[in-house]
Write a protein that binds this ligand. Structure first.
Ligand code: ADE
Length: 240
């Protein structure tokens, strides 16, 4: 998969791309990431990427032109036209704007995005982004009902959630099938050594060696935890 990130703060991505699973995915050639400074597509001598809002009001608004130019350059003229006309949002390509006004990102979206050939993530900043950018994107994604300073941290969250689902990225693919949000449940509790810690004991069933009993205990605990903490999940058809 190719992921292009459009941002005014490319340095924010330096560490995360060189560590852990994102580093492994690139090493295994499952992932190619381009982090692009939007200022390279600005046209004035100050390399401005924002301006004051028409109609007045506080804060600055991100310009549409650098984003449009960046997309033409990264997608090519034809693919850009497809997205703009919305007739055929080029199969295998998505252009995603990170914004608190977007649809809330979930595991189902992560699975869908993990099957793409090309994902472009646009990080908004300042007070907002010129509304006309919405003509050039396929999705608007929020990572939750709170306001961050910009779309960079949301882009990192989306990137991490998506890349770990690309086949061949995680060493143990089996772990994907029993993690939280699979089968509309939170994951069962985990324990490791020691068997007792400050009087807190590992449940006997996990030490029994009886795999059937362990599986049934885990299922019961997953249901119990979900009922306690996220009852809504059990009735959510959108996850899978
Ligand atoms: N930009 C600022 N806040 C955001 C959020 N919650 N999700 C996505 N992008 C954002």
């Amino acid at each position: 998969m190719k992921v292009d990130i459009l941002t005014l703060f490319p340095k924010m991505f330096e560490n995360i791309l060189g560590e852990s699973m994102l580093k492994i995915a690139q090493k295994k050639s499952k992932l190619k990431i381009g982090v692009h400074n939007l200022r390279q597509w600005t046209s004035d001598r100050h390399r401005s990427a924002d301006d004051r809002p028409y109609g007045g009001g506080s804060g600055m608004v991100m310009l549409v032109e650098p984003i449009q130019k960046a997309l033409v350059s990264l997608l090519g003229k034809n693919e850009f036209k497809n997205i703009r006309s919305k007739k055929r949002a080029a199969k295998g390509t998505r252009v995603v704007l990170l914004t608190p006004k977007g649809d809330t990102f979930n595991q189902r979206n992560a699975k869908r995005f993990s099957k793409l050939r090309h994902l472009v993530l646009i990080c908004g900043h300042y007070e907002g982004i010129d509304e006309r950018v919405r003509e050039f994107i396929t999705d608007e994604v929020s990572i939750g009902d709170y306001i961050l300073t910009g779309g960079e941290i949301p882009a990192m969250a989306v990137l991490d959630a998506v890349v770990r689902l690309i086949p061949g990225v995680l060493g143990d693919e089996g772990s994907l099938h029993c993690e939280s949000f699979e089968k509309n449940l939170l994951e069962y509790p985990h324990y490791t050594r020691p068997r007792a810690f400050l009087g807190l004991r590992v449940p006997d069933v996990l030490l029994s060696g009886n795999h059937k009993k362990i599986a049934s205990w885990r299922q019961k605990e997953a249901v119990k935890k979900t009922k306690e903490k996220r009852r809504d999940l059990m009735f959510d058809n959108s996850i899978k």
